[in-house]
Design a protein around this ligand. Structure first.
Ligand SMILES: CC(C)(COP(=O)(O)OP(=O)(O)OC[C@H]1O[C@@H](n2cnc3c(N)ncnc32)[C@H](O)[C@@H]1OP(=O)(O)O)[C@@H](O)C(=O)NCCC(=O)NCCS
Length: 175
């Protein structure tokens, strides 16, 4: 299993995986065109190709920038055939390591699976504390009034933390 940045040729498989969970209401749907256009924001875990095959996608995650201090974990998904074997946790650690390398102070997600994130060191917080997310997506989302998604946040670069909401978050362990 290998983690790497996604490439344009991964877009079809990434779209198929996200569409699988979007159909179950667990992820927001994303079009193939959108994924292709933003493929540079995706990270993937793959089973590397043998001579006769292409890489097999095991999971994907997108790291969406919100300025220099903040990023959002989006579209985190693991091949349903291998859920429960540590791939999601590994993918999340990989995304956090990349965020840390980019000197992003904190990373958040808005998710149906807060306990998964809590296990990886994220803390739950009120969505109202994420003004950036509210401004970008929530205010115009038709599902907003009945939305049951939970916000979670982790500090990845404590030395870059500027805002009070971050001061309340304990850092996730350095890999
Ligand atoms: C959520 C998801 C990414 C987890 O991936 P996974 O490979 O199955 O998870 P892991 O095997 O790495 O599990 C790591 C830990 O989290 C726990 N966990 C996994 N999914 C969980 C969930 N939905 N809720 C609560 N805990 C969960 C596991 O029990 C495990 O706990 P442990 O460390 O005590 O053993 C995967 O189930 C998935 O793709 N779900 C659909 C899409 C989704 O909900 N994405 C997250 C929102 S952005």
């Amino acid at each position: 299993m290998r983690g790497r940045r996604a490439r344009p040729e991964d877009a079809v498989a990434v779209h198929r995986l996200i569409a699988h969970y979007a159909a179950e209401g667990l992820l927001l749907p994303r079009t193939e065109v959108e994924i292709y256009a933003h493929i540079g924001r995706f990270l993937v875990l793959v089973e590397p190709a043998s001579a006769a095959s292409t890489d097999r996608l095991l999971g994907c995650v997108a790291l969406e920038p919100y300025g220099p201090d903040l990023a959002e974990i989006r579209s985190l998904a693991v091949d349903p055939q291998i859920c429960g074997r540590g791939v999601g946790a590994r993918l999340l650690r990989f995304a956090l390591a990349i965020a840390r390398r980019r000197k992003v102070a904190r990373v958040f997600a808005v998710t149906h699976a807060p306990k998964f994130f809590n296990r990886q060191g994220f803390q739950t917080l009120s969505r109202q504390a994420l003004a950036e997310k509210l401004d970008r997506d929530c205010r115009t989302c038709p599902k907003s009034p009945t939305c049951e998604l939970v916000a979670v946040i982790a500090t990845v670069c404590p030395e870059r933390v500027m805002l009070p909401v971050v001061a309340a978050c304990s850092p996730v362990p350095i890999l």
